[in-house]
Design a protein. Structure first.
Length: 94
């Protein structure tokens, strides 16, 4: 995982994600349980699952009328670009 970037990397679930999750309430305890099987410190599974959740939220936002189809396409493009960039980072660490 990204925890492997450099010796003693601070990018671990404990020292990176848990800190920002506590400060910004990114995921609920229920959502964290849904992701637990991926082991955030090992591989890209968590990131890919979160990207899928984002795409599902975009679809729900369009269906609810919060965004139009053009905005939906832009969001999906950005999510996929983010996922591709992260996959590139994981390629060098997994």
């Amino acid at each position: 995982g990204l925890n492997a970037i450099g010796a003693g990397s601070p990018y671990s679930k404990t020292y990176f994600f848990n800190h920002y999750n506590k400060v910004h309430n990114l995921l609920s305890s229920y959502e964290l349980k849904l992701l637990k099987h991926h082991d955030m410190d090992s591989g890209a599974g968590t990131m890919k699952e979160l990207c899928t959740w984002c795409q599902e939220d975009v679809v729900e936002a369009r269906k609810a009328g919060h965004i139009d189809s053009y905005q939906e396409t832009l969001y999906h493009d950005r999510i996929l670009a983010f996922r591709a960039a992260m996959d590139g980072m994981y390629d060098y660490t997994d």
